[in-house]
Design a protein around this ligand. Structure first.
Ligand SMILES: NC(=O)c1ccc[n+]([C@@H]2O[C@H](COP(=O)([O-])OP(=O)(O)OC[C@H]3O[C@@H](n4cnc5c(N)ncnc54)[C@H](OP(=O)(O)O)[C@@H]3O)[C@@H](O)[C@H]2O)c1
Length: 204
C-alpha cells in the first residue's frame, strides 16, 4: 500500500512516516506546501517527499495530516490532484478555552465535510493516537469510521502497520464522536502530564 501524508512535515505526519520507515516500509511519501520542505523532511525521515499536490498522485491512500484548521481548505486545494483516491482524515475540530479543551463543534465533523469536498471515499481515524506513541509503535486502538469498505480496509491495514489494533467503528458520521474524544484525551494529557491513547475492552 502506497501512502501519501499531506502535511507530513508536522508533528503527526512525521511520527507516522518515522514509524513506517522504521518498520521498513518504503512506500511512504510526505508532502508539504513547500516542495523543498517536503523533500528535506523526507530525506531526514528516510522516505520520499515533495509538494502536497504531487505526492497525492498515484498512491493508494492519502492521509490528510495538516494542521486541523487547514483541513478543509487543503482538501479543496488538493481535490483535483487526489481524484478518487481514498482519504484518511485524522483531524479534530477543537476549541482551546481557559476551562480546558472542548470539542470545536456541536454537530457534524471535519471528516464529513472533507467527504463533501473530495471525490473519493473518506474514512476517519487515528484521532486518539499521540504522535509520541506512534513513534514508539504503541498508539493504542485505532477506531476507523467510514462508508467505503475498501477505504476502511486500507486505513485498518495502516493502523496495524503502526502497531495499533484496527477497529471498524461504523459509518463516517461517527467521526463526530472520534473528533470529540480528542478533546477528552487532551484534557487527560494535561491533567496527568501524559500521552494517553484509548483501548476498548471486551472485543474478541
Ligand atoms: N499531534 C498529534 O499527536 C496528533 C494526533 C492525532 C491526530 N492529529 C491530527 O493530525 C493533524 C496534524 O497535526 P500536527 O500536530 O502534526 O499539526 P502541525 O504540526 O501544526 O501541522 C502539520 C502540518 O500542516 C501544515 N500546515 C500548517 N498550516 C497550514 C495551512 N494553513 N494550510 C495547509 N497546510 C498547513 C504544515 O506543513 P507545511 O508548512 O510543510 O505545508 C505543518 O507541518 C491535525 O489534524 C491533528 O488534529 C495530531
Amino acid at each position: 500500500m502506497k501512502v501519501a501524508i499531506v502535511g507530513g512535515t508536522g508533528a503527526f505526519g512525521r511520527a507516522l512516516a518515522t514509524r513506517l520507515a522504521e518498520i521498513g516500509r518504503d512506500d511512504v511519501v510526505v508532502g508539504s506546501r513547500d516542495p523543498e520542505r517536503g523533500r528535506s523532511t523526507a530525506e531526514e525521515l528516510g522516505v520520499a517527499g515533495g509538494r502536497n499536490q504531487e505526492v497525492v498522485r498515484d498512491v493508494d491512500l492519502v492521509v490528510l495530516a495538516v494542521k486541523s484548521n487547514a483541513t478543509l481548505e487543503t482538501a479543496a486545494e488538493l481535490a483535483d490532484a487526489i481524484g478518487k483516491t481514498p482519504v484518511l482524515c485524522v483531524a479534530s475540530d477543537l476549541r482551546f478555552t481557559e476551562a480546558g479543551v472542548l470539542p470545536g463543534r456541536h454537530q457534524g465533523s471535519l471528516a464529513e465535510e472533507v467527504a463533501r469536498i473530495v471525490r473519493g471515499p473518506v474514512v476517519s481515524g487515528f484521532q486518539s493516537f499521540a504522535a509520541a506513541n506512534v513513534v514508539q509503535g504503541d498508539p493504542g486502538d485505532a477506531l476507523i469510521c467510514g462508508e467505503d469498505s475498501d477505504a476502511k480496509t486500507l486505513a485498518l491495514e495502516l493502523a496495524e502497520h503502526l502497531g495499533a489494533r484496527g477497529i471498524d467503528a461504523g459509518p463516517l458520521a461517527n467521526s463526530r464522536a472520534l473528533e470529540g474524544m480528542t478533546s477528552v484525551i487532551l484534557n487527560v494529557n494535561r491533567r496527568y502530564k501524559a500521552h494517553a491513547g484509548i483501548r476498548l475492552t471486551g472485543l474478541p
